[in-house]
Write a protein that binds this ligand. Structure first.
Ligand code: PMP
Ligand code: GLN
Length: 384
């Protein structure tokens, strides 16, 4: 008999929609990943690391991650966000943000502890909470602005509440928390002596000059925040799975112990390559943001010209479309999209524990221009 929590798991919505895209020969705008190459300078760097004759970079890395990557991250957080980190005791390199989320939750929660999740959410939060035999308590973000309702969050807190998970820029809505929202959330976390888990994987995917600011940079939150990010989105290399978790030394130690006995360490040559890329990334990140903002604008303008409704994202690489009223659910709409229109999307109800009042589907626009244009030609058939 399988673990009682795990036995309720099914194929993830991302794997399912990518599989259906292949089966129906649809353009895959469902699972979030670019369909174009990552930056050549970085893929070349990785090849150089693998074949480096000077030093064997193909053996186990130290469990916390190679010192060079941790020291580079320390410099990045200091210069980008004015956050001072101890690279030896406050950073753990993980197999993507997904493993970081798992380790953070496992290290914090005892069976029966409660973790507040803001829905719609990234699906691995719930799975990780279940694997820890803890309980996910959903608080709904309501569209179309998806702003966190602090009164609702306070109502959801009980003596068993251990943590709140926040994601900004947000998957799937593309919202970025405002300073006011950050301050209000911070107050709740402090007043109720909670831990804040911040998923910041889209930290550099922000548009229209908007800037991401980690909540950990709020002084009173410094030692009660776990910040999680990943190189996958920033460098368009989701398959590399180089993530990191930042937390105060005692929290970080517990997170490291979980990491040590799940994966132990992370692909060594890729850590070396990411460390070099993060040393001086300003010009790359500027062109990366311009590139993705162009793709967002192309896709949104195309939808506008087709008179199709959508929410314009402030960050991330996702764009939401309300489910047309002629469909009984977002799932039914996605089925028609993948099978008949031949463009796949994600039904956002997969990102909720409760039955959502809002019904949206999510398109990923991290695709080359030709693919997005072709998808728009197909989407013109919606409602016909
Ligand atoms: N959090 C969010 C909000 C995500 O969208 C994703 C992946 N798309 C992850 C975490 C996982 O990141 P990684 O691929 O680095 O595990
Ligand atoms: N985070 C990606 C998305 O939102 C998917 C990652 C995965 O497939 N687990 O599409």
């Amino acid at each position: 008999m399988a673990n009682s929590q795990v036995s309720s798991f099914t194929e993830s919505i991302f794997s399912k929609m990518s599989r259906l895209s292949l089966e129906h020969e649809a353009i895959n705008l469902s699972q979030g990943f670019p369909n174009f190459r990552g930056p050549d300078f970085l893929t070349k760097l990785a090849c150089d690391q693998i074949t480096d004759p000077q030093m064997d970079k193909n053996q186990y890395a130290p469990s916390r991650g190679i010192p060079k990557l941790r020291h580079t991250l320390k410099q990045r957080y200091e210069s980008d966000y004015n956050l001072t980190l101890n690279p030896d005791t406050e950073i753990v390199i993980t197999n993507g943000a997904t493993e970081g989320i798992f380790c953070a939750i496992m290290s914090l929660c005892n069976p029966g502890d409660e973790v507040i999740v803001l829905e719609p959410f990234y699906d691995s939060y719930i799975a990780s909470i279940k694997m820890a035999h803890a309980i996910a308590i959903p608080v709904t973000l309501e569209g179309p602005d998806f702003s966190p309702d602090v009164a609702k969050i306070k109502k959801a807190i009980t003596p068993r509440t251990r943590a709140i998970i926040v994601n900004s820029p947000h998957n799937p809505t593309g919202r970025i928390l405002t300073d006011k929202e950050q301050r209000e959330l911070a107050q709740v976390v402090i007043d109720h002596d909670l831990i804040l888990i911040c998923d910041e994987v889209y930290e550099h995917l922000t548009f229209d000059q908007k800037k991401h600011r980690p909540m950990m940079a709020i002084n009173e939150l410094r030692d009660r925040t776990i910040t999680i990010s990943s190189a996958g989105k920033t460098f368009g290399l989701t398959g590399w799975k180089i993530g990191w978790v930042i937390a105060s030394a005692p929290l970080s130690h517990a997170i490291h112990m979980v990491h040590q006995f799940t994966t132990f360490s992370v692909a060594t040559p890729l850590q070396w390559a990411v460390a070099s890329a993060l040393e001086n990334p300003a010009s790359y990140i500027k062109s990366f943001q311009t590139h993705y903002q162009g793709l967002r604008d192309l896709f949104c303008k195309g939808l506008e010209e087709l008179n199709l409704p959508f929410l314009k994202p402030e960050g991330s690489y996702f764009c939401l479309m309300p489910t047309p009223s002629s469909f009984k659910s977002d799932e039914a709409f996605c089925e028609k999209l993948v099978k008949e229109i031949k463009v796949s999307a994600i039904p956002c109800s997969a990102f909720y524990l409760t039955k959502p009042v809002d019904s949206y589907v999510r398109f990923c626009f991290a695709k080359d221009e030709a693919t997005l244009k072709q998808a728009l030609v197909r989407l013109a058939k919606i409602g016909k």
